[in-house]
Design a protein. Sequence first.
Length: 111
Amino acid sequence: MNLRQIRARLDEIQDWSLTTEEWRTVGDVLTRLESVLPEEDDAETLRVLALLEPLDREGARRAQARLGPGRTPIPAQQREQRNHLVARLTADMGGANDRPREGRNARGETA
């Protein structure tokens, strides 16, 4: 998985509409992701990002489309976590937007 793919996944979060409990889960995932990224362990990064999958449903995708009872756009705390990670990834990409990390291809396979 390359840095651009990770960033794209984080970009999706800003458009979700979730419950308070779901946003707490997102915050926990972002915290875990922040600790995993420096290790450059693609398998662990994928495991952490997979925790977001149950939250990424059709109703969560666009905050502008029917918020519904108990659903809100991204709260300030999770937005700040997400923005921090995006800024960090952008700095790390530094011209290597499509280069996989640690000798791995875009599918996470060892090159």
